[in-house]
Design a protein around this ligand. Sequence first.
Ligand code: UD1
Length: 366
Amino acid sequence: MHILHVVGARPNFMKAAPVIRGLRSRPDITQSLVHTGQHYDANMSDVFFSQLEIPAPDENLGVGSGSHAQQTAQVISRLEPVLLDRRPDIVVVYGDVNSTMAAALVCSKLLIRVAHVEAGLRSFDREMPEEINRVVTDRLADLLFTPSEDGDKNLVNEGVAAEKIHRVGNVMIDTLTRLLPLAKACPKNGFSSRFALVTLHRPSNVDDPGVLESILKSLSNVSGDLDVVFPVHPRTRQRIGALGLRLDNLHLLDPLPYIEFLSLQTRATVVITDSGGIQEETTYLGIPCLTVRNNTERPITVTVGTNVLVGQNPVALTAEVSKVLGGNAKPGAIPPLWDGHAAQRIADVLESLPLSSPSALQASLR
Ligand code: UD1
């Protein structure tokens, strides 16, 4: 069986790495890897391949940046000939980025089966581009690997047949548990022992100058109580530059490699973020997480984990930081199946699939 993985952006890499690793020892499976090139900077892509020991991609589509339509269209048109040439039995896509949805669309038109890792998550907020990507990808996927029970429920509510859904747990946690010893062994950073670790990149937080300025001001206020360490996504770096603010009291860094960032997460007093994956990682680590969003597609990090949604409200953010500093952080636990073995469960399901019918593939090539 030939399994082809498609990845494109930073949050895909830590999800694909354990699945590729988990399939490597299965004798009847060959694998290939396509990088769409949605993320292309060395510190957004290459360093993750080396730290996570992902093999070099067999193909890089080099789509780069652009509007959502342009980026999606580029992936679609550049991926199709690769699939026609390589003829995989199944394509595995990850998460909710534009590359994920575009790849699922190409495959479904070619009658190639699609497996979606991290299926079923819903914010129910269609203003979030990733929500569109999630809904479309899940609609098209033949196999849906969910990280938690809410994912199964969302899919069943949308009419997905129960036999397509496999609750396997969280592959991000597979990568985290594997690399945690290396992260803990990283030398201590030069920041004070109490620090807030910040990431922000959602269009809803960084594209509107007024919203971004208000969030940065709250972070400046927080910096009176503890160091604020902020590895800045390229999109956010551009937007902060355009504001022309002096932010001397924040430690602005370039995006960090996986292990160094995980090291900071393990040592942070509090994490302030709008990322999806970081809500999950902090829940696993038991580190307080304040999410600068009104909703989350990962509700289990709130119901079970350490996550608190503070919206874009500066008062709520500073109040929650004070709670953490006062020793009253929200307690949390680790959700079921976030145990470091999700990829093995995915590999078991993939390995047991019947091979695709040659007649279906022939039909798609007409
Ligand atoms: C994408 C994903 C988002 C994910 C995030 C993680 C979509 C819709 N969004 O958002 O879900 O959380 O990745 O990082 O797929 N840029 C660079 N170098 C790069 C990549 C991007 O400079 O290697 C800059 C470009 O100016 C680009 C901008 O960042 O226009 C945004 O990149 P893009 O891939 O469109 O979306 P992200 O904001 O990274």
